[in-house]
Design a protein around this ligand. Structure first.
Ligand code: SAH
Ligand code: SF4
Ligand code: F3S
Length: 438
């Protein structure tokens, strides 16, 4: 049997897709690169904005007609859009066999078996206290250097624009013992870098009596032999504690890089977003971080055109970009999401205005991003080799700050996972070039 898996959305979804693939591999399925070669098509969806949501419908428009040629083909949709729509998806798209919600990932294999037997559409989108599938531990493919480990699921923050708490359910932290065991397994399989994932990792363990907190979890992960680098995402600024900031100075394996979503620079907008911090409180945390790790690379998420955002509010966002000097930003036009508070706000910003602000925001950041890369020229950095570079002929790796570096090496001399000292020789638009230092 062959499975074709398509994934949209955040790294948590990518992690979930790894688990789905693992479950079907255990049943003898092989992954294929095209839906037309598959016996099972699984689409893992995202509903954070309208654009990724629409991707599902165009994908279904391509894959459901494949059933005419292959009547045994089973099509399943999971993830956040599945959770949001439930069986209404099947009313809208006849021929869609399975809808499975974000807490039902581990039930997918038995749903597929049931559909093959009875050929009736199935839908499961209940939320449980513990999301099903979180303890599925996918073994890394051989040669994997960096692996993602989901440590928590769900979100209790209910920022006014965001659909995630509705589609991922309440915040749940995996037992720390299970996380440590999974990372030990990964390390034994040759993984050298782990990325700990959750919608809001800073509140890891806070709501579970007897569980350790995130700073302590990081210390325990750092104690695992074989793991050379630790990263995590996403951090909510309001929950970035002094203890966590201190851990950056304490643990050598913890990379000097942090994704700290700002969303907006205006206090009025932040308030209406329900983010729980002001621009000055955010800046204060950045200053504290830089006192501990002067070279820490920060990245962020920005929403432009939130309801009621004036030109002055938007200017406050640009000012924050200038003050913080992020390595990189991920910026989005505000997209109203059904059922969220902000979708009912009256003062929507026009599409043209949003488009124009997004372009200005990105152009503004591009200069900062390039200036930061240019400042790296001449430095020597420890680079973890990730593989051959995209353009070929060279190798590619990441600095501790997560910047991409391409460099030439005589063939066969190195392999993925190795740590090398590389002298940075040139800044490109989105990456660095270098040469292996003697
Ligand atoms: N848990 C993470 C982010 C999850 S969603 C956090 O709290 O930071 C990823 C990003 O999508 C968000 O940071 C936000 O910038 C963006 N986003 C979420 N909802 C959005 C919406 N309705 N419109 C536009 N962007 C949105
Ligand atoms: Fe969404 Fe806010 Fe939760 Fe992030 S913290 S997932 S933006 S509700
Ligand atoms: Fe998208 Fe769901 Fe992640 S909405 S961003 S896939 S949590």
């Amino acid at each position: 049997m062959k499975i074709y898996l398509e994934t949209y959305g955040c790294q948590m979804n990518v992690g979930d897709s790894g688990k789905i693939l693992h479950l079907f591999r255990q049943q003898g399925y092989e992954p294929v690169a095209a839906a037309r070669d598959a016996d099972l098509v699984v689409i893992n969806t995202c509903s954070v904005r309208e654009k990724p949501e629409l991707k599902l419908f165009s994908a279904l428009g391509r894959y459901i007609p494949l059933k005419r040629r292959n009547p045994d083909l089973v099509i399943a949709v999971g993830g956040c859009v599945a959770q949001q729509w439930g069986e209404r998806l099947q009313e809208k798209s006849p021929g869609l066999d399975i809808v499975f919600g974000t807490h039902q990932l581990d039930r997918l294999p038995e749903m597929v078996t049931a559909v093959r037997r009875r050929r009736i559409p199935l839908s499961r989108t209940e939320f449980g206290p513990v999301p099903g599938g979180l303890e599925v531990m996918a073994r890394p493919e051989s040669g994997t250097v960096s692996a993602m480990v989901t440590i928590m699921q769900g979100c209790d923050n209910f920022c006014s624009y965001c659909i995630v708490p509705y589609v991922r359910g309440r915040e749940y932290s995996r037992p720390s013992r299970a996380i440590i065991e999974e990372i030990e397994m990964l390390a034994a399989a040759g993984v050298r870098e782990v990325m700990l994932l959750g919608q809001n990792v800073n509140s890891y363990g806070c709501k579970t009596p007897g569980e350790i907190g995130f700073a302590e979890l990081l210390r325990q992960v750092a104690g695992i032999d074989g793991i050379a680098r630790i990263r995590f995402t996403t951090s909510h600024p309001k929950d970035l504690t002094d203890e966590l900031i201190a851990v950056f100075g304490e643990l050598e394996k913890l990379c000097p890089a942090l994704h700290l979503p700002l969303q907006a620079g205006s206090d009025r907008v932040l308030e209406r977003m329900g983010r729980g911090y002001s621009a000055s409180a955010y800046l204060e945390k950045v200053e504290k971080l830089r006192r501990v790790v002067p070279d820490i690379a920060l990245t962020t998420d920005i929403i432009v055109g939130f309801p009621g955002e004036s030109e002055a509010d938007f200017a406050a966002t640009l000012k924050m970009l200038e003050q913080v000097r992020y390595d990189q930003i991920f910026s989005f036009k505000y997209s109203p999401r059904p059922g969220t508070r902000a979708a009912a706000f009256a003062d929507m910003v026009s599409e043209e205005e949003k488009k124009e602000r997004l372009a200005r925001c990105q152009a503004f950041q591009d200069e900062i991003s390039f200036a930061i890369l240019a400042e790296q020229v001449g430095r020597v950095s420890e680079v973890m080799v990730t593989g051959p570079s995209k353009r070929g002929g060279e190798w590619s790796g990441r600095t501790p700050e997560n910047r991409i570096v391409n460099f030439p090496v005589a063939a066969g001399e190195i392999g993925p996972g190795e740590l090398l000292r590389v002298k940075i020789t040139e800044a490109m638009k989105h990456s660095l070039r270098g040469e292996v230092a003697p």
